[in-house]
Design a binder for this molecule. Structure first.
Ligand SMILES: NC(=O)c1ccc[n+]([C@@H]2O[C@H](COP(=O)([O-])OP(=O)(O)OC[C@H]3O[C@@H](n4cnc5c(N)ncnc54)[C@H](OP(=O)(O)O)[C@@H]3O)[C@@H](O)[C@H]2O)c1
Length: 279
């Protein structure tokens, strides 16, 4: 199964996230691909990610016969506010130059000549979009038009910001990546806009942001009846309501369990129960 954005580019249905893996990044990316993940998420932001170590894993995988084209690679442009002193661009340059330099450095870290998806890590302000956001987005649109990336997207975005972007951008985002809180009806407002525009919604922290859901007796009952784990039920729920989940697991067993969530189906009633748990 793949998920297809409005520009007809497909993404594998489950994404492996590489945040906070540090020196284990290379080993874990190799393990994730060996377990069956085909989509990898990273960012050119050394505080939380290590793109170069993802690149080392890709090199090793290629020597084992897993070619670049078989994988979906997504990385992000992170503004100076989200970086420490190790910015992957000249922080005094204009934003268009920063995006170009960051993108080129991502290609070099990952050992590739194109990306599948390039994401703005976060808008510069909490509400609305300002001049800086538009300058960065325009630079990303240029990368898309030049076919250096198959998709562009935005992360940590509010429904209001996404609506403005969809209305005013020359190229609408193909992906949105947000932390998904069950208490916000699993980010329903943002997901609704995504659905209306054919944008793929990627949900992260599905487990870590929703600890109250994981211990809820109703979801436990659903999991038990299916012979599945609660984490699997959350991931399957996410897929069935139209999300593309991310997992950042460090365990081989959990990688296999997370991917196996595709193998069972929740009923409409079960989906409604889970949807309402934290409301
Ligand atoms: N755009 C952004 O600003 C942003 C922010 C945060 C994250 N992200 C992306 O999203 C990715 C995932 O982040 P995340 O926050 O969702 O995940 P995460 O924090 O890396 O954690 C997933 C947690 O769930 C556990 N887990 C996974 N599968 C499980 C299973 N089957 N049973 C029990 N526990 C399980 C993991 O434990 P084990 O390791 O023990 O399995 C881990 O503690 C990141 O790596 C990054 O790529 C993006």
């Amino acid at each position: 199964m793949t998920t297809i954005a409005y520009n007809q580019v497909p993404i594998p249905p489950f994404m492996y996230g590489t945040a906070w893996k540090k020196e284990a990044t290379t080993r874990l990316v190799q393990l994730a691909v060996a377990s069956g993940f085909r989509a990898i998420d990273t960012a050119n932001q050394l505080i939380h990610y290590d793109e170069a170590r993802v690149g080392q894993a890709l090199k090793a995988l290629e020597s084992e016969g897993i070619e670049r084209a078989a994988l979906f690679l997504q990385t992000k442009f992170t503004s100076v506010e989200g970086q420490d002193h190790r910015t992957p661009y000249d922080p005094s340059a204009d934003l268009t130059t920063q995006v170009r330099q960051s993108f080129d450095s991502s290609l070099s870290h990952l050992g590739t000549d194109y990306l599948d998806s390039y994401v703005l890590h976060a808008p510069f302000r909490r509400r609305g979009l300002g001049k800086a956001d538009w300058e960065v987005w325009t630079a990303m649109e240029e990368l898309y038009r030049a076919e250096k990336t198959k998709m562009i997207g935005i992360s940590n975005v509010t429904a209001g910001q996404l609506a403005i972007l969809c209305e005013q951008a020359q190229v609408k985002p193909m992906v949105v990546q947000n932390r998904c809180f069950a208490a916000l009806a699993w980010d329903q407002e943002v997901r609704r806009i995504c659905q209306a525009h054919g944008i793929i919604y990627q949900g992260f922290s599905l487990l870590t942001a929703n600890r109250e859901v994981l211990v809820n007796p109703e979801i436990r009952r659903i999991a038990q009846a299916l012979g599945a784990g609660v984490a699997q039920v959350v991931f399957r729920f996410a897929m069935q309501i139209g999300m593309l989940p991310l997992t950042g697991t460090t365990s081989r067993q959990h990688m296999e369990e997370d991917l196996a969530a595709e193998r069972f189906t929740l009923t409409r009633e079960e989906l409604q129960t889970i949807e309402a748990i934290a409301l």
